[in-house]
Design a protein. Structure first.
Ligand SMILES: CC(C)(COP(=O)(O)OP(=O)(O)OC[C@H]1O[C@@H](n2cnc3c(N)ncnc32)[C@H](O)[C@@H]1OP(=O)(O)O)[C@@H](O)C(=O)NCCC(=O)NCCS
Length: 186
């Protein structure tokens, strides 16, 4: 891991959601996120179920969110898994940066198909960004999403990110969004 500071909270709560570390009972939901063709349309397509199962068996479901800034998004009433969210560092050797050194904070999110269209990705992202803004110095935060991923771009705009450029990665055009971390302070 780089020496750049990360969000250290292991739990973040909002009105409807709890961002938390994975439990073994999240296994089926996490496998669905990797294998659902609709969820994976702009993420390189669905992964083979057997490969994903092997990965969870080898790593252990509860260990898949060990990295700081990596969360399961759960319904805070039922604890059911809704999706995952990451606020990690965008490695300097990938394209899409706004600073010389790279390694900026980067937000990404993935919701089960059944949870789309209810404002839950917005609520999860806003809560994570607010927690990061309270803990970390002001700095740019990036979102990279395929330009064809209109749902994700609507969310990026609603969160207050500016679209600053496009570039090619994974054989597709990506849009780079940027915001100042402290713009998410409550
Ligand atoms: C990208 C993704 C997270 C967006 O999910 P989403 O539910 O559309 O996102 P939001 O939380 O912003 O919800 C917005 C929708 O909820 C509706 N909504 C309902 N109540 C709402 C509320 N209280 N607040 C905001 N929006 C609300 C909005 O009208 C909007 O619906 P619409 O897009 O049909 O107009 C989801 O499509 C997904 O997981 N895609 C697959 C993974 C992916 O591509 N990730 C991006 C890579 S970083």
């Amino acid at each position: 891991m780089s020496g750049f500071p990360m969000l250290s909270a292991t739990e973040i709560t909002s009105d409807l959601l709890l961002l938390r570390k994975a439990h073994d009972t999240d296994r089926d939901g996490l496998i669905e996120l990797q294998t659902d063709p609709q969820v994976r349309v702009y993420l390189g397509g669905p992964r083979a179920r057997s490969d994903v199962e092997q990965y969870f068996d080898a790593v252990g479901t509860a260990n898949t969110t060990n990295k700081p800034g990596t969360y399961v998004i759960a319904d805070n009433a039922t604890d059911r898994l809704i999706g995952t969210l990451m606020l990690n560092r965008r490695s300097a050797d990938r394209p899409g940066h706004v600073t010389e050194d790279g390694e900026e904070l980067e937000l990404s999110y993935l919701l089960r198909r059944s949870a789309w269209g209810a404002g839950l990705a917005f609520e999860a992202a806003a809560a994570a960004l607010r927690a990061a803004a309270e803990e970390l110095p002001d700095q740019p935060v990036l979102v990279v999403t395929q330009t064809a991923n209109e749902r994700s771009l609507r969310l990026v705009t609603r969160l207050g990110f500016q679209r600053v450029s496009t570039f090619e990665e994974h054989d597709a055009q990506q849009t780079l969004g940027v915001a100042s971390l402290h713009s998410f302070n409550a």
